[in-house]
Design a protein around this ligand. Sequence first.
Ligand SMILES: Cc1cc2nc3c(=O)[nH]c(=O)nc-3n(C[C@H](O)[C@H](O)[C@H](O)COP(=O)(O)O)c2cc1C
Length: 392
Amino acid sequence: MRKQWDNSVTAASGGARATQADARAGTPAPTLTPALRLRIGNVEIAPATVLAPMAGVTDTVFRRFIRNLGGCGLIMTEFTSADGVLRAKDKKAKRYLHFYEDEHPISAQLFGSDPKVMGDAARMVEDLGFDLVDLNLGCPAKKVVKCNGGSGLLRDLPAIGEIFKAVRAAVKIPFTVKFRAGWNDDNIVCVELAKMAEDCGLCAVALHARTREQGYSGNARWEWIGAVKQAVKIPVVGNGDIRSPEDACAMVSQTGCDAVMIGRTAPSNPWIFRQIQQYCGRVGTAALDCPVERSSDSPYDEPSEADRYEMIRTYFQMLIEEELPDAVGKMKQFASWFTHGVPGGAGLRKAIYESKSAPEILGKVEEFFEERLCGAGASSTSLRAGLAREIP
Ligand SMILES: Cc1cc2nc3c(=O)[nH]c(=O)nc-3n(C[C@H](O)[C@H](O)[C@H](O)COP(=O)(O)O)c2cc1C
């Protein structure tokens, strides 16, 4: 079933470049690009692009996979219960906080409502070697909101203030917050909240420009990001509905935000960060300093079918190597995002869905792409290299 938030898939097809920027009537041609670099406290983020935390998606495998593709300045864990990480027996919460050296700089995202617990969990995150710690004030899930976590806290600014103070006092690493604009349209608190974060010594704020009530429906209202940027001096990260490099630049132009954060587009188009880098190199007045070579006149590379094959294979192999307990589920989920818009993708999705094991899924992917690429007489080097490798 297509989920409500699963609306970024059109960007993956690589064909039509219908962007949020186009969709926003009156959007001026982008002249500003995501910045060269950004400092959050003492941590340098370069380029100023962030992979949004996504539960069930941004585990260590996906984060490293995105890092390896290039162009992403900061990665974040999926949200993790502060209570859970302090409970010795909660292996799942601890797994969420597992990361490798090549993931730096990396931020750990925590949720919870008890200031003391949040402070203790933040200290644990610091001891584990994370570069930053982030507080989640955006999760709309009922079971989180019920315990006053995630976006539930947006209705209680004084309680948020207590958490800010407790975590700030507990750790030396930069402390940030990611929040929605408010509980609903009658309760927009993003500016007030950002000011409070600044006053409490937080080092940056990230706004997903929707209300809790909105869920993932409608458009993100970037004007709220602009309002927050106007209100504080600490860096502001803009988030919501970036589906293309054009969107990323439009968000920076329209809001003045210091960095862009990308969520749902990443699993359907993992090249988005690299494409932003390429696009900025072409259009930007503040172009990124490490331009990536482009193979065509297009402002950024569109992945070829062979690239897509190589990519999905690499990711699946990484999942298998990591021996995650839910590797099969993740492969199915990812294949479904990633093959939307690929001609014949429905057949592959069905075959994958019916598969029982990780090697079987990998086999289906190979079969599908081999037929398409070799059948079409393709002789891409990356394809041949991909086919030649042993599947574990
Ligand atoms: C599957 C999924 C899981 C998410 N999990 C988290 C999370 O753990 N923490 C968080 O702050 N936001 C989470 N989000 C929200 C995203 O970080 C992001 O704010 C949102 O998707 C809007 O950005 P986008 O339009 O680029 O996707 C999640 C979103 C999705 C789709």
